[in-house]
Each structure stands twice: as structure tokens, then as C-alpha cells.
Design a protein around this ligand. Structure first.
Ligand code: E4P
Length: 231
């Protein structure tokens, strides 16, 4: 049977490979995003982390590059060659240099995630530069008293009206479970979320309470069945 098309893709936003292993084992994780701050937090050599993720079979890994446009191109090419174009996505900032690098890398069929997106106009330029993903930073927009999720909606509206099908909206900087469903309903194709938010997506206080009740009743049923067999 053909694999069904994956929609509502979920990426984990972390460089902690223990947490990634746990999350990926659920079969519900479609990729990983890292950034220099997350790599720093892991305390590890970035390429050691990437290699571990490649070996785990993570389908899509965002690896951020820095420097001038030329430096980002060179680093992007090197990483794509080392880790393979299939699983590697090169993450560049939405700057003049980053967009130029995106253009070059995209032409070489290297996937690019244009990050640090804070306006629809940045997303438009990234899409024109051939980005595979644009990453609007929901939480950081909220931190600055604007609507982060509205940014996702605005970008999705433009992309839909302009039939832009080659660039996916990857909602990033997500701070809560509810933002995930809203981002998807506003048109995000992917949400990248910290592992604790992923766990929060399946946990619900009413699920726990309902389960306690069912467990207790099931035990009573077992007792009744056992005692009727004894008769
Ligand atoms: C992911 O691509 C981003 O780097 C990340 O989501 C940023 O999140 P933060 O704003 O919580 O640091």
C-alpha cells in the first residue's frame, strides 16, 4: 500500500538526542529543527548531534548555518554533502545574505528553511528565493505584543491566494499546546515544538480522570467474572 500523504507534520525543536529518540519512537515525529542556541544547550558538537539524528533515520533535520551569504552557501553545500540531501535542510536567517544563499542552495536542490521570519513580506521573499520552508516565530512575535499566530494566518493567506505550493509554513517558537492546533487551523503545514509541548498534546486531565474510572470499573468487572466462575 502507498504511504498516505503526511499532513499536520510535527517536528521537535531540540538538539537533545535522548528526548528526540523518545519522541521519534512514537512514530508521530516528522523532523527536527535545531538552532545555535539549542545546540549550545545540548553541550555537544553540532555535527555529532546531526550524525546521531541521521543514523536514527529522522527524515528532515534543520541545520543552521551562519556568516556571510557565501559562507552560508559553502557550509550548506558541505553539510548537504556530508549528511545527504534527503535528510538535510539548511537553515538560513531571513537577511539579504541568507536569501541569496537560499537561492543558490535551492537551485542545487538542497532544502532550505528560512528562519527568523517576522512578517509576511519576509516569507514572500523567502518563497521567491526557493525556500522549502519559512519559519514564522510565533512566540517571539507574541513576546513583542503582536499576534504570532496571526502572522502564520497572514502568510498562509498570501501563499494560498498566490498558489504558492513549493514553500511550506513551519510554525516555530511555539510556547503552548493550544498554539499548535491554532497554527494548523490557520494554515501552517508543520509545527516545530519542544518535547514537553509534544507530551502536552496527548495529555489531558479528563483523559487521566476517565482512565482512572475505567480502570477501577474494569477491576470490578474482573472480580465479578472471577467470582461467577467460582460458583
Ligand atoms: C526553530 O526553528 C526556532 O529556532 C525555534 O522555534 C525558536 O524558538 P524560541 O523562540 O523558543 O527560541
Amino acid at each position: 500500500m502507498k504511504d498516505p500523504i503526511t499532513t499536520m507534520k510535527i517536528f521537535l525543536d531540540t538538539a537533545d538526542t535522548d528526548l528526540i529518540k523518545e519522541g521519534f519512537a512514537t512514530g508521530l515525529i516528522d523532523g527536527i529543527t535545531t538552532n545555535p542556541s539549542l545546540i549550545m544547550k545540548s553541550g555537544r558538537d553540532p555535527e555529532e548531534v546531526y550524525q546521531e539524528l541521521i543514523d536514527l533515520g529522522i527524515p528532515d533535520i534543520s541545520m543552521e548555518v551562519v556568516g556571510t551569504g557565501e559562507e552560508m552557501v559553502a557550509e550548506g553545500r558541505r553539510l548537504a554533502k556530508k549528511f545527504g540531501k534527503e535528510q538535510t535542510t539548511i537553515k538560513v536567517p531571513c537577511t539579504r545574505g541568507g536569501l541569496a544563499a537560499c537561492r543558490v542552495l535551492a537551485k542545487e536542490l538542497i532544502k532550505v528553511n528560512v528562519t527568523l521570519i517576522f512578517s509576511p513580506s519576509q516569507a514572500i521573499l523567502a518563497a521567491k528565493a526557493g525556500a522549502r520552508y519559512v519559519s514564522p516565530f510565533v512566540g517571539r512575535v507574541d513576546d513583542n505584543s503582536f499576534g504570532g499566530l496571526c502572522l502564520v494566518k497572514d502568510i498562509a493567506n498570501v501563499f494560498e491566494k498566490q498558489f504558492c505550493r513549493s514553500t511550506e509554513i513551519l510554525a516555530a517558537s511555539i510556547r503552548g499546546v493550544r498554539q499548535v492546533s491554532t497554527a494548523f487551523s490557520y494554515g501552517a503545514h508543520i509545527c516545530t515544538i519542544p518535547p514537553n509541548i509534544f507530551d502536552g498534546m496527548y495529555k489531558h486531565v479528563l483523559t487521566d480522570a476517565g482512565l482512572d474510572q475505567f480502570d477501577a470499573d474494569w477491576k470490578k468487572v474482573q472480580k465479578t467474572v472471577t467470582s461467577s466462575l467460582d460458583v
